[in-house]
Design a protein around this ligand. Structure first.
Ligand code: HEC
Length: 89
């Protein structure tokens, strides 16, 4: 819980190097999706993307841009993005 609060504090205090929200799969997403662009791409698009859209987004990163992740990792990433950045939050 304490680490969670620190994470939120850092998010608010340093938007330029803001991290993703803490959650299951966060490390995977930062490692897999931060390779080509910053994870700001995820935060900036978060308000617009539903679960299906996140799935399509991850598929596009793999098919169009060659992100080297396998199905299991992609599923974990979609799960994280939908949970932490889906439209319900
Ligand atoms: C191999 C390089 C690469 C990796 C790895 C990668 N991306 Fe991207 N991503 C791109 C490029 C290139 C663009 C810019 C596309 C454009 O300008 O239309 C982009 C753009 C985006 C955007 C902005 C919306 C869009 O469609 O242009 C989002 C959101 C995004 N990426 C999410 C992710 C996520 C989530 C992951 C992890 C699964 C990921 N990216 C991994 C190359 C990558």
């Amino acid at each position: 819980m304490f680490r969670f609060i620190i994470g939120i504090g850092m998010l608010l205090a340093t938007p330029a190097i803001a991290q993703l929200k803490p959650g299951v799969g966060q490390d995977t997403v930062e490692a897999s999706c931060g390779a080509c662009h910053t994870t700001d791409y995820i935060r900036m698009n978060a308000p617009f993307l539903s679960a299906e859209a996140w799935k399509a987004e991850v598929a596009k990163m793999r098919a169009a841009f060659g992100s080297p992740i396998d199905d299991a990792v992609a599923a974990e990433i979609v799960q994280y993005l939908t949970t932490e950045y889906g439209p319900k939050k």
